[in-house]
Design a protein around this ligand. Structure first.
Ligand code: 1HE
Length: 254
């Protein structure tokens, strides 16, 4: 699609690799556009996505060279565009597994936390250095990282500019798996395969309903859960899932 993101298809799994290693995969406007283009209209037949970075880093965040000067209103539009694209990654309907190594910094952490399964290698460095650059997060971290860490711990992380490694990230929820060096992609392929083999409607509900329910009141959340349960239980996926269980075989949803 563009040389800033390399796209490799293997069956129904697309692997997207940030391909700007000389700039530590810093995200310029062209790269955010390339993410937008993929997630707005994924190629037909894609059932899961793996996101990773070429070279020694996942992503060093916003391309600071592109943003030396910006009017306030341009800053709002820029941030809102990141929100639109990260919402597409999180809620577009495709499960996304990220392989994290080296810098997962600033906007890199904002993109990582829009993905659904995060695998961290030992070189990983989760950091929000915006305070050191005289700016604030703008790609969704207040909401996504704030909900994972809680605002208190996120504030301390930003004020001090500290970084967390893979095991600390695992304990805090920034990552879901901590693996050995170079082992992330193989695990991501395994996990993406498993998720792609789930019933599509179940995947859609897990990706979309769970975070929305946590934004609701208790009563609204329980009511929404009942609707989602009823819709999933009457879907073709449920018929196949239950039949397969009773026939003692693996379900085939697609
Ligand atoms: C960059 C960027 C970048 C590297 N924008 N050009 N993000 C940051 O504050 C992180 C800034 N980057 C770093 O701290 C370091 O580069 C790393 C720790 C990631 C890697 O260090 P290192 O020694 O391997 O590489 P380097 O020598 O620092 O960088 C290599 C090149 O990449 C160099 O360019 P060159 O032309 O001199 O070779 C760097 O300028 C370039 N580079 N990172 C632009 N981020 C939606 S709002 C989000 C707000 C944020 O993301 S703020 C956090 C920004």
């Amino acid at each position: 699609m563009t040389d800033l993101i390399q796209i490799d298809m293997a069956d129904d799994i697309a692997t997207l690799t940030f391909n700007r290693p000389d700039k530590r995969n810093a995200i310029n406007d062209a790269l955010i556009d390339a993410l937008d283009a993929f997630f707005a209209r994924p190629p037909d037949g894609v059932n899961a996505v793996i996101l990773c970075g070429a070279g020694d880093h996942f992503c060093a965040g916003l391309d600071l060279a592109e943003h030396e000067h910006r009017d306030p209103i341009d800053g709002v539009h820029h941030s809102r565009n990141w929100h639109r694209v990260t919402e597409l990654i999180e809620f577009g309907g495709l499960p996304v597994v990220s392989v994290l190594h080296g810098a997962v910094i600033g906007g890199g952490l904002e993109i990582a936390t829009s993905t659904h399964v995060r695998i961290a290698e030992p070189s990983v460095r989760f950091q929000l250095p915006e305070g050191r650059r005289g700016i604030f997060v703008g790609g969704g971290a207040t909401v996504r990282v704030g909900r994972i860490l809680g605002p208190d711990r996120m504030r301390e992380m930003m004020l001090t500019g500290r970084s967390y490694g893979a095991d600390e990230g695992l304990a805090l929820g920034l990552g879901h798996y901590s693996v050995g060096a170079g082992e992330g992609l193989a695990l991501a392929q395994d996990i993406a395969r498993k998720i792609a083999d789930n019933a599509p409607f179940s995947n859609y509900l897990m990706i979309n309903a769970l975070p929305r329910v946590s934004d609701m009141s208790r009563g609204d959340g329980l009511f929404t859960e009942s609707l989602a349960a009823a819709m999933s239980q009457t879907s073709d996926g449920a018929k196949e899932g239950m039949r397969a269980f009773l026939e003692k075989r693996a379900p085939k949803f697609r």
